[in-house]
Design a protein around this ligand. Structure first.
Ligand SMILES: Cc1cc2nc3c(=O)[nH]c(=O)nc-3n(C[C@H](O)[C@H](O)[C@H](O)COP(=O)(O)OP(=O)(O)OC[C@H]3O[C@@H](n4cnc5c(N)ncnc54)[C@H](O)[C@@H]3O)c2cc1C
Length: 287
């Protein structure tokens, strides 16, 4: 299918992109990897008159460290997340999980920023960002602001990003020594979105859970932090009973939509399973 006609703009800086966004208004869309936007245009779910391509803006790409945080440019592609030495060492959940996103072709072009900004509850980076306690740096005409991942996803395809803002970077606190992590993603086939997935970041102190973050993909209208599941573990030893209790708490929190991947009952049950598996896998990585 062919998308509707549009005018194409290729700014060379964030400032230039923001000026275009300001002057073209609601008729413009930012273009990153195009792997979500272009299918939506082909299906006529989006019909922007202008595309503002972010691919020629070097400041939006790459990874660095700053003040104990890993700073990932919004235009960094999935394959770079997988390969990047800083991400692998300091926020390894993101490298591991990126391998489970889509297929090699999509991972070559699809960006972390596009995955987040799209606001699709089936995308993996929203829950991953919540699990690693990331903040998003949004730049608009009045400057930059930071929004916690946990507060960014407002509903299906709805985020805290204003129409005149660009997501410029994702800031992730570097994992403390002894942190375990896991992303368990149930999917029908390679390259598919999650039927149900759980991201867990965990630390133990004296055999008890001293830090835990649990976030879920495609189990509610937006990525979900499973706070009650975290509470079931915090301060407790990890054993079959506490892990099962966390799984049950996650099942009580989800609100999945029935679709070709499964009905509500199945997805709810899989949420519990993915949470339990991810807790066990994360615990095995705690040094
Ligand atoms: C076959 C297939 C399988 C897939 N499987 C998965 C999967 O398993 N898991 C998963 O997470 N994703 C999956 N995806 C989606 C893929 O990861 C997309 O690349 C991603 O959702 C969007 O990133 P993008 O860079 O392609 O953004 P685009 O498609 O270019 O943009 C998406 C939206 O975000 C906006 N946007 C982009 N960048 C910015 C920015 N910096 N600031 C503000 N707004 C911005 C755009 O205007 C647009 O509205 C799949 C896609 C395909 C085609």
């Amino acid at each position: 299918m062919i998308p509707p006609a549009f005018d194409y703009h290729a700014p060379r800086s964030v400032g230039e992109a923001l000026s275009l966004l300001g002057s073209l208004g609601g008729d413009a869309k930012l273009l990153a990897g195009g792997h979500s936007l272009l299918p939506m245009m082909k299906l006529r779910f989006a019909q922007p008159g202008h595309l503002i391509d972010l691919n020629r803006i070097p400041e939006l790409r790459g990874v660095c460290e700053d003040g104990g945080e890993v700073v990932i440019g919004a235009m960094t592609v999935e394959n770079e997340l997988i390969a990047n030495a800083i991400v692998r060492a300091k926020a390894p959940l993101l490298s591991d999980a990126a391998k489970l996103i889509a297929d090699p072709q999509v991972r070559n072009r699809g960006t972390i920023g596009g995955d987040i900004a799209h606001g699709d509850p089936a995308n993996d980076h929203p829950a991953l960002s919540i699990a690693v306690d990331a903040s998003f740096v949004l730049q608009g005409p009045k400057g930059q602001r930071r929004v916690k991942a946990e507060n960014f996803f407002l509903g299906t395809y709805s985020t805290a990003l204003a129409d005149d803002e660009i997501l410029v970077s994702i800031r992730v606190p570097a994992f403390a020594a002894g942190t375990g992590w896991a992303y368990e993603k149930l999917k029908r086939k390679t390259g598919d979105w999650a039927t149900a997935a759980a991201a867990v970041v965990l630390r133990l102190d004296g055999g008890k859970v001293s830090h835990v973050r649990i976030a879920l993909t495609n189990l509610a209208p937006s990525a979900l932090r499973a706070v009650d599941a975290e509470q079931a573990l915090l301060g407790q030893p990890l054993n079959d009973a506490t892990i099962r209790a966390a799984g049950a708490a996650a099942m009580a929190a989800v609100n999945p939509a029935a679709d070709l991947r499964g009905d509500v009952e199945y997805k709810t049950a899989m949420a519990g399973q993915m949470v339990q598996r991810a807790i066990r896998a994360a615990a095995a990585r705690c040094a």
